[in-house]
Design a binder for this molecule. Structure first.
Ligand code: PEP
Length: 259
């Protein structure tokens, strides 16, 4: 299981360091759960120096390489700051900052070339869902962002399904809606690659996931964790979501041992 927090443009630098201190003072993260936090970009270099029980994520990366690109930052620069995972294709970047499929695919490439892991976001709008094109939309995003990758790079790909209508709105996909989309993504990966690759890639759900609904969402067979926005800002609520993932991880490990 994998639980990733995306702070977006929230928290002062001091608040960010305090969050890391609080997380460090908590009991060990549950077995079988990887935990990542993506703070605002200006904090990354300093947070990469801290000892805390979270992988360090970036919320964005440039599609460009080094050189005369004022204001941009490369995937290698992120790696040099201790970043391990990079979120690419978040709907707030696609819709709010004009990132098209081509730019998203280029960012995926840059992250993987730098040796980092990519958290690739996909998801449909409310209108897509109401007009019944949500599966087409998400699988098309998978095709344009992922399909060009050779299979050996897929070990560093995490997919986050985030219905846009559920992000920051308090509306959550039902467990059935999450599971059916995750099953479709898993099926797409199986066809595009193979069974073992498809079963290894973590599929995260994102969209108003919180302590009160995490158990139900994570219990879905094809949900392997969550990408968490608002509920990742408070260490206690983030930890409660991590613990929900821990309960599911324990069950899955038990099933694996007994099969
Ligand atoms: C997100 O932005 O990736 C997200 C899931 O946000 P929230 O949890 O606040 O809906």
């Amino acid at each position: 299981m994998f639980v990733a927090g995306n702070w977006k443009s929230n928290k002062s630098f001091n608040e960010a360091k305090e969050f890391a201190n609080v997380m460090s003072a908590m009991s060990a993260m549950p077995e079988g759960v990887e935990v990542m936090v993506a703070p605002p970009t200006p904090y990354l270099a300093a947070m990469g120096q801290l000892e805390w029980p979270c992988r360090l994520g970036a919320q964005n990366v440039s599609a460009t390489g080094p050189g005369a690109q004022t204001g941009e930052y490369t995937a290698e620069m992120l790696a040099g700051c201790g970043v391990q995972d990079v979120i690419v294709g978040h709907s707030e970047r696609r819709d709010g900052h004009g990132e098209d499929d081509e730019a998203v695919a280029e960012k995926v490439n840059r992250v993987l070339e730098a040796g980092l892991r990519v958290v690739f976001c996909c998801g449909e709008s409310l209108q897509d869902r109401q007009t019944d094109v949500h599966f087409d939309k998400v699988l098309r995003q998978m095709g344009s962002g992922i399909l060009h990758l050779p299979v050996e790079l897929l070990d560093r790909v995490v997919v986050a399904y985030e219905p846009i209508w559920a992000i920051g709105t308090g509306l959550t996909a039902t467990a059935e809606q999450a599971q059916e989309m995750h099953a479709a993504i898993r099926g797409w990966l199986r066809e595009a690659y193979d069974e073992s690759t498809a079963s290894r890639i973590p599929l995260l759900y994102g969209g108003s996931c919180k302590p009160g609904n995490a158990d139900e969402l994570f219990a879905c067979a094809d949900v392997d964790g969550g990408l968490i926005g608002g509920a990742a800002l408070d260490p206690e609520s983030f930890r409660a979501i991590v613990d929900a993932a821990g309960r599911v991880a324990a069950t899955r490990m038990h099933v694996d041992t007994n099969s």
